[in-house]
Each structure stands twice: as C-alpha cells, then as structure tokens.
Design a protein around this ligand. Structure first.
Ligand code: APR
Length: 238
C-alpha cells in the first residue's frame, strides 16, 4: 500500500532531551533518571506490586517538578509551526510542556504525569495536574489510583495513530531522544523516504537512515530549523 505524503504535515518525535533545558532530567545521560534510580523497581508493574508506595512517591516528586517547569524555546518553536503546518507531536515525554507551549496535537505514547488512573481494566482516568496521588485514594470503581504512565512491559498508547502520522508526514523532526526504547524508536524508521528527516540531539550513536543530524541543544537547533520551515511555508504556501 503506497502512502501519500501530505506536504503540510510535520511530525515531531520528541524525548526527554527536549525538556532538559526546562530543568527536567533525561534518562540515560550522565545524570539521567535511570542512572540514579533502578527503572525495574520504579517504572514496572512488578515494582508497583512489590512496593506501590515507593513508586507512588517517585512519580509524585516527578509530577510536582514537571508541573513547576516551564516550556523552553524548543517547545515554543515547535508550537509556532502551527497554523502554517499541521503539526502532530508524538512524544515519549510525560510532561505537558508541548501543550503549555501551545501545541495542539500531542500524542503521549508513554502516558502523562498530569493524570491518575484506576488499576482495573476500565482504566478510569482523572486529571490531577501537579498533585500527589496518596495510597488509599481510590478510583470510582474502588481500585487504587496509580500514575497514568506506561511502565516497562506495558503497551504504549496511540501507537497506530502515531504510525499513520509518521508515514504521511512531509517533514519529520526527531528531537531529544536516544531512540533506545521500542516501539517508540521504530517510528523514526517509518518516515517516508521522500520526507525531509532531521534529528536534533547532543549526541547520537546511530543516526537513522535518511536523517540529517543537527548536533546541539534543542533550544538552539530547533528554532533555527523552524525558522527555515516557516520561511519555506511563506514562499511556497505549504
Ligand atoms: N538538547 C537536545 N538533546 C538533548 C539535550 C538537549 N539539551 N539533552 C539531552 N539530549 C539528548 C541526549 O543526547 C539523548 O540522545 O536527549 C536524549 C535523551 O535520551 P534518553 O535519556 O534515553 O531519553 P529518551 O530517549 O526520552 O528515553 C525514552 O525511555 O525510560 C524510557 O519512558 C522512558 O520515555 C522514556 C524513554
């Protein structure tokens, strides 16, 4: 099945590096979250079963910090692409900084800190912004509330929708991700061969085929790229 690329569609695949300059930690950098905390204990259903209060406290702290953080120039530049382009952000991040910068189509494939959910299959969801979830606080169906985060071993969210957008985008920007975690990382490989593909990061072990690597900070590289894309939209009307 041949997919048609939509000239005005941009997909941004973002990771923790785009929020690093807002003061939020990444995962695998020198001072990354998973270098200082065991993800097996804090971001897995097994860890939740073993010690839910420790997991709850870990996410309460992250939620409070994420809610206090401000969007940076990279988030703002990405938001400024609308309405010249249809911009779909597929983010691995669980903060709300893309939305708070003004982006309107954001798919959180690893969940969102600002939401709590029940632990029954019905998955009732509640917006809690930066507030803590206390042990003993129950969902309407009587199950313990937990962070609405996709833990290791759980299925990612909105993946099919994300894939549809990536394969039909004329421009794909991958920013601030090591592409270390599947299936999120595989999305970069589904970019159309005719699409313009750019990757912004401080470093990258393996740049996906067809991507131009712009090494540097998101707050420097992304505004420069966005300025060029906006100038192109001005000139060609798409
Ligand atoms: N500007 C641009 N890129 C940056 C910056 C910055 N200021 N700071 C860090 N980076 C880059 C790093 O070079 C690295 O390539 O961001 C990337 C961060 O990679 P990771 O720490 O692996 O984070 P991420 O790719 O988002 O992790 C993916 O792993 O544990 C799971 O669920 C978690 O969503 C997360 C997923």
């Amino acid at each position: 099945m041949t997919t048609t690329v939509q000239p005005r569609k941009i997909v941004v695949l973002s990771g923790s590096g785009v929020s690093a300059e807002s003061g939020l930690p990444t995962f695998r950098d020198a001072n990354g979250l998973w270098n200082n905390h065991p993800w097996q204990e804090l971001a897995s259903p097994e860890g939740w079963q073993r010690h839910p209060e420790t997991v709850q406290a870990f996410y309460n702290e992250r939620r409070q910090k994420a809610w206090a953080a401000q969007p940076n120039a990279a988030h703002a530049a990405i938001a400024s692409l609308e309405p010249a382009y249809e911009v779909v952000i597929v983010t691995q991040n669980v903060d709300a900084l893309h939305e708070r910068a003004g982006s309107t189509q954001v798919l959180h494939i690893h969940g969102e800190l600002a939401y709590a959910r029940g632990t029954s299959p019905r998955r009732h969801r509640y917006r809690i912004d930066g507030a803590p979830i206390e042990m003993g606080r129950l969902c309407e169906d009587g199950t313990q509330l937990r962070p609405d985060i996709v833990w290791f071993g759980e299925s990612v969210q909105h993946f099919d929708e994300a894939l549809m957008h990536v394969t039909t985008a004329a421009r794909v920007l991958v920013v601030g991700t090591s592409l270390a975690v599947q299936p999120a990382a595989s999305l970069a490989r589904y970019a159309h061969q005719s699409a313009e593909k750019v990757l912004v990061s401080l470093e990258m072990e393996q740049v996906p085929r067809g991507f131009v690597f712009m090494r540097g900070k998101a707050t420097e590289q992304v505004p420069a790229l966005v300025a060029r894309w906006l100038a192109e939209a001005q000139r060609t009307g798409n």
